[in-house]
Design a protein around this ligand. Structure first.
Ligand code: NAD
Length: 470
């Protein structure tokens, strides 16, 4: 009977597809219409995305307060202002970034047209992390839109309220077919990873980074991995310890230490340790008052799982400052640990919390040796007025970025590539680097059919006389 025919008993294909598969299929179909390639359309989308940050400032800030106890000003400073700046830069420069890039020619191509043409890759998967959820999810999206791609956006489920705001608001501001939002946890991310993308842009920890890369390998999909790690901070005896410690305390305790480029630990000579502790203590009081738990500018640990993880890192070290905590409030006070041994628990993994170990070293050479024994970090900090010390640190170590005499602020310079090396990641972005990262730089050589005589040398028969004539 006709109804027994398999084609007639099958449910329509779309209803058998997972939500994730459907989102990817919709994005690909939208990409195939070609509208994301139009420069004016890209600019329209970027401008509209920027409007979201202005018009929904309050909604965004409320969710960030609930997720991480971030203040409204903190949210603007560390998340949305940077995104607006990136959008302005992309809008201003898009026509020149996307234009063909002529290159130097060689003798054989002197009369030809030779250039690089940046082209969209197709459908990009953006997987965000929770610590600066807007910055790390939307910044890659800005690059994806600017480069003319479609993008599936997967916010981190860990920042519950912000993920919901992204799911609700993004489709109201940008093309929801080209840039769909898929929410959910590990299962949903893994279902997304089974789909075929043209690029995967992942921000998060290195363990999951390996899962992402393995999934991408099945489709030979290129990846950008923005990972973390232990970013060292060397304080040289030559520097103004008060200023150095204010800057380190700010870099460490901002967002309750949950910053991928936060200084993870301090290296300094034993004779400096007491002074460093005293100055960090002063800075912490100045920034967060005597009681950080009631200070509106001091954040919270994202959830109790991370609270327990961080507290478990402390118990074999000596607390020199802080240590107060309250699990129900996900509160851990700004903490400093003294005389920390390299084998202590806190030195075995990225801390990602407001705990700052001091590991004594005998000097610059010893610090360099210590840093080079570990994985290549995302950021490396050195505090000294002595340029020779800075240059030696630069020359003898490797890291995603190196910053002398401050913390974190290299992130805000859109003309610098932001990314890791080795265990801290691969690929980079921000500004034009985002555009290039999510473009295919296609080589184009346009020859004419004349001047056939110059080709004689390369055509067989390859007799020695041909070469000598050349
Ligand atoms: P997370 O737990 O939110 O994970 C990030 C994403 O990975 C989420 O969308 C989640 O759904 C997905 N995910 C988690 N486990 C998975 C699994 N088993 N399989 C597939 N997908 C999975 O964030 P996190 O990893 O806790 O983020 C913190 C880390 O991110 C830190 O190591 C930090 O240094 C790093 N980080 C790096 C940067 C950077 O720019 N380099 C920025 C922010 C954070």
């Amino acid at each position: 009977p006709p109804s027994a025919h398999p084609a007639q008993t099958q449910t329509p294909r779309s209803s058998r597809m997972s939500r994730e598969e459907q989102a990817v299929a919709r994005a690909r179909k939208a990409f195939e219409t070609g509208r994301s390639k139009c420069l004016d359309y890209r600019i329209l989308q970027l401008e509209s995305l920027k409007r979201l940050f202005v018009e929904k400032e309050k909604v965004i800030a409320d969710a960030m307060k609930k997720d991480l106890n971030k203040s409204e000003v903190g949210t603007q400073l560390f998340e949305t202002m940077g995104l607006e700046g990136e959008i302005n830069m992309a809008v201003k420069n898009l026509k020149s970034w996307a234009a063909p890039r002529p290159v130097e020619k060689n003798l054989l191509t002197i009369s030809d047209t030779v250039y690089i043409r940046p082209e969209p890759l197709g459908v990009v998967l953006v997987i965000g992390a929770w610590n600066y959820p807007w910055a790390v999810t939307i910044q890659p999206l800005i690059g994806a839109i600017a480069a003319g791609n479609a993008a599936v956006i997967k916010p981190s489920e860990v920042c519950v309220h912000t993920a919901k705001v992204m799911e609700d608001l993004l489709p109201a501001y940008i093309d929801k077919e080209l840039y769909p939002v898929v929410t959910g946890g590990v299962a949903e991310t893994q279902e997304l990873l089974r789909q075929r993308f043209d690029h995967i842009f992942y921000t998060g920890n290195s363990v999951v980074g390996k899962i992402i890369m393995e999934a991408a390998a099945k489709h030979l999909t290129p990846v950008t991995l923005e990972l973390g790690g232990k970013s060292p901070c060397f304080i040289d005896k030559s520097c103004d310890i008060t200023i150095a410690c204010r800057r380190v305390a700010w870099g460490k305790y901002t967002n309750c230490g949950q910053t991928c480029i936060a200084p993870d630990y301090i290296l300094c000579e034993p004779s400096l340790q007491d002074q460093v502790i005293a100055e960090i203590t002063k800075a912490v009081k100045e920034f967060y008052t005597e009681n950080p738990q009631t200070c509106p500018d001091y954040g919270r640990i994202i959830n109790q799982r991370h609270f327990k993880r961080i507290m478990a890192l402390i118990d074999d070290s000596t607390v020199a400052l802080g240590g107060q905590n309250e699990e129900a409030d996900c509160f851990i006070a700004p903490t400093v640990l003294r005389d920390v041994k390299p084998e202590a628990k806190v030195m075995q993994e990225e801390i990602f919390g407001p705990v700052l170990p001091i590991v004594p070293v005998s000097g610059l050479d010893d610090a360099i040796k210590f840093i080079n024994k570990g994985e290549k970090p995302l950021a490396l900090y050195v505090f000294t007025p002595d340029d020779k010390v800075v240059q030696k640190m630069i020359a003898e170590t490797s890291s995603g970025a190196i910053l002398a005499n401050d913390c974190l602020v290299h992130y805000s310079i859109s003309t610098l590539p932001f990314g890791g090396v080795g265990n801290s990641g691969m690929g980079c972005y921000h500004g034009k680097f985002s555009f290039d990262q999510l473009s295919h730089l296609r080589s184009c050589l346009i020859k004419k059919l004349n001047m056939e005589g110059v080709n004689a040398m390369r055509y067989p028969p390859h007799t020695p006389t041909k070469l000598s004539r050349a």
